[in-house]
Ligand binder design. Structure first.
Ligand SMILES: Nc1nc2c(ncn2[C@@H]2O[C@H](COP(=O)(O)OP(=O)(O)OP(=O)(O)O)[C@@H](O)[C@H]2O)c(=O)[nH]1
Ligand SMILES: [Mg+2]
Ligand SMILES: [Zn+2]
Length: 291
């Protein structure tokens, strides 16, 4: 029996990376009923049935799974935003960070296209999120800047590259691993419009780890959660909230609210609080719709 990681499911086969090679596997009879649910990223045990073929006997327990893209055992999301063309949409970024927190996936922020802005602008954006506690890196795929830093984060991990369209996700991966030749630019977007399924996720070997490139998106619905839960996914608000008078403080107008206090004295970043409020009102709206 060998152990490996599914890198792709396609045409009824699962392609399993084990001992540095890809094995084309089928699910065993016993597994068949859950075959549909085997995902890229799943760790499996399989019995070789040929030099490069095998039968999957067992799926090891999952640590987590994402729905979009469908990948299991994700160690981290590399959230890519460009600093220009397109401009960074920070509410979308904060939404993604909330989603990662909710799914239990570590988030790393990558601000790309630093070649298009001043160094001051770049470090201002990075500073905002470093202050909150997220690992944040600055890159330029075209100039090859920051690429080594990015590479260093990927080793021995399963990572998902996520972010809006056109920010340079595929370009970054190409510059990390030139052999990949992922489609970039307009080409990528045209292909995407013509394609109806996003089921065929493939984990690529990049920088000593496995990476899923994903097509960009421009909006993202929050996962179902209670209003009191949202603050847990804003690390700086979660920390401040331990000092609020009420344990279920929503940091709106409650007395003795440490979040409002930090906002007033400037230690809480105003844009983050604004985005918290916007997401909170979305959750409230949904709650109202349920009633
Ligand atoms: N100036 C500059 N342009 C970049 C950089 N990285 C990528 N680009 C350009 O931005 C455009 C989009 O890059 P892609 O890599 O296709 O972006 P993507 O995030 O993969 O986009 P989708 O696949 O549509 O989600 C291309 O024309 C790239 O050449 C960068 O660091 N600097
Ligand atoms: Mg792309
Ligand atoms: Zn409060």
């Amino acid at each position: 029996m060998k152990e490996g990681i599914i890198v792709k499911g396609y045409g009824g086969f699962f392609f399993v990376l084990s001992e540095g090679r890809i094995w084309r596997c089928r699910g065993s009879g016993r597994l068949r009923y859950e075959e549909q649910r085997l995902l890229a990223g799943d760790r499996v045990q399989f019995e070789p049935s040929g030099a490069e073929e095998g039968v999957i006997k067992k799926v090891l327990p999952r640590r987590n799974m994402l729905v979009r893209p469908p990948v299991a055992n994700v160690d981290q999301a590399i959230i890519v935003f460009s600093l220009a063309q397109p401009e960074p949409d920070l509410i979308l970024l904060d939404r993604l960070l909330v989603l990662c927190g909710y799914e239990g996936v570590e988030a790393v922020i990558c601000f790309n296209k630093i070649d298009l802005v001043s160094p001051e602008t770049a470090s201002e954006f990075a500073g905002l999120y470093q202050k909150v506690g997220y690992p944040t890196i600055l890159t330029s795929a075209t100039r090859g800047e920051g690429i080594e830093n990015l590479k260093g984060l990927l080793k021995d991990k399963i990572s998902v590259f996520a972010g809006p369209s056109g920010v340079g996700k595929s370009s970054l991966l190409n510059s990390l691993e030139p052999g990949l030749s992922l489609k970039t630019g307009e080409v990528s977007r045209k292909l995407r419009r013509g394609r109806h399924t996003t089921r065929h996720v493939e984990l690529l070997s990049v920088g000593g780890g496995l990476v899923a490139d994903t097509p960009g998106f421009s909006n993202l619905e929050l996962p179902p959660m209670k209003t009191t839960e949202l603050g847990l996914y804003f690390p700086e608000i979660r920390e401040l909230a331990t000092g609020c008078r009420f344990p279920d403080c929503l940091h709106l107008r409650e007395p003795d609210c440490m979040v409002k206090k930090a906002l007033a004295d400037g230690s809480l970043i105003a844009s983050r609080y604004q985005n918290y409020l916007r997401l909170l009102s979305e959750i409230m709206q949904k709650e109202r719709n349920y009633k």
